[in-house]
Design a protein around this ligand. Structure first.
Ligand code: SF4
Length: 367
């Protein structure tokens, strides 16, 4: 049953999207003391969304609250663990308009950082031809609560079972970074994006620094402008081609916002000292890894403000592309560097569980 307030059509607020002030208002309407709001949010921030875990909250209040708010907007359906420590989670949405639908989230443990890759939509409308998520079609936006709940669910999982890596240097039990690079185009879900950022950055919320959050977009120019006006999180652009003819094919949103518009937008994007914009570039053999592609990048990239991340293509059944070889990717990177462009080859993670870049697709979506 979809959670509704007082039997009306209004949907219940999700605990993962509430500020302390908003939960205090809920407490007042339930005639409960306001200080309980902070206690509940403290549990929430640790990833403990199950009211049974909130030991300092009276049972009667937990029962009352369960009628007024959604405690757990996501239900874990499946967790897969890669041999490299990466974890992929499949969640079912428990409330709201998208109840019953599925999303995927990935946790990537690395030396000195633990990154959660969140989904912002169910599927994606943009249909980039190399992307597995795009083949799913679009089935709706996630709420801010459902985006934040992905982070909280990973925190909870790590609390219960840290990643068992033999390399002691790997920080395996903490979430330190968030990337909006899972299913969907975050900027096509602007409300969900901005509201979830507010909770992740909130001093009473997850308290993450803006420097530890990256929003990735295929290049929705007006939305990039608005993000720059309101936030100083990191920006990544799914570039994948630096000529309009090729980008129109690989990233079809380019037909609406061609490279010249994107160039102007990125040049005007507010960046403080030492910060840069990341240009993501998935390498497809014979498609965008040719000498002329080096030349297109040479003309497009703003060397002072941008760097290129070369990503290996992760094949999936039925796709028409082949990934460039490791050797070719390294050579391509060297050629860019020789032109004064900062370029790195990104190590692919979680390939064996289809958790790598462009491989997310929530199978078995409920109707
Ligand atoms: S690459 Fe990103 S924007 Fe393009 S279809 Fe996949 S999820 Fe959507």
């Amino acid at each position: 049953m979809r959670a509704m307030r007082n039997g009306s059509q209004q949907e219940l607020p999700q605990l993962s999207s509430l500020t302390v002030a908003e939960l205090k208002t809920e407490m007042e309407s339930l005639k409960e003391p306001g200080y309980r709001a902070k206690q509940i949010i403290d549990w929430r921030n640790k990833g403990m969304l199950n009211p049974d875990d909130m030991k300092n909250i009276p049972i009667a209040l937990r029962v009352k609250l369960a009628i007024a708010i959604v405690f757990e907007p996501l239900q874990l359906v499946q967790r897969q663990c890669s041999k490299d420590g990466t974890r992929k989670y499949l969640f079912k949405l428990t409330s709201g308009k998208q109840q019953g639908k599925m999303v995927e989230t990935v946790f990537i443990p690395e030396e000195k950082r633990g990154t959660v890759c969140v989904s912002s939509q169910i599927g994606c409308v943009l249909d980039c031809p190399f992307c597995y998520t795009g083949t799913q079609g679009f089935d709706g936006n996630l709420t801010s609560g459902e985006i934040v709940a992905q982070v909280l669910a990973v925190k909870y999982d790590l609390l219960k079972e840290p990643v068992n890596e033999s390399n002691a240097e790997i920080l395996h039990s903490h979430v330190t970074h968030i990337v909006y690079m899972g299913m969907g185009e975050p900027m096509a879900n602007e409300t969900g994006l901005h509201e979830s950022l507010n909770i992740l950055l909130d001093a009473d919320g997850l308290k993450l620094s803006q420097r530890r959050i990256t929003v990735s977009t295929s290049g929705l120019v007006p939305q990039i402008n608005r993000l720059g006006e309101t936030s100083a999180v990191n920006l990544a652009i799914s570039l994948h081609a630096a000529s309009d003819a090729l980008r129109d094919v690989l990233v079809p949103i380019n037909r609406k916002y061609p490279l010249e518009q994107l160039r102007q937008c990125l040049d005007a994007y507010p960046l403080s000292a030492q910060r840069h914009i990341t240009l993501e570039y998935v390498m497809l053999e014979g498609v965008n890894d040719r000498p002329e592609d080096i030349e297109s990048l040479n003309k497009f990239v703003n060397r002072r403000r941008e760097r290129i991340n070369l990503i290996s293509f992760n094949a999936y059944p039925g796709n028409p592309y082949e990934g460039s070889s490791k050797e070719h990717m390294n050579k391509f990177a060297k050629q860019l560097i020789s032109k004064g462009i900062r370029a790195t080859v990104r190590r692919s993670r979680g390939q064996d569980i289809m958790a790598a870049c462009g491989q997310l697709k929530a199978e078995g979506i409920a109707a």
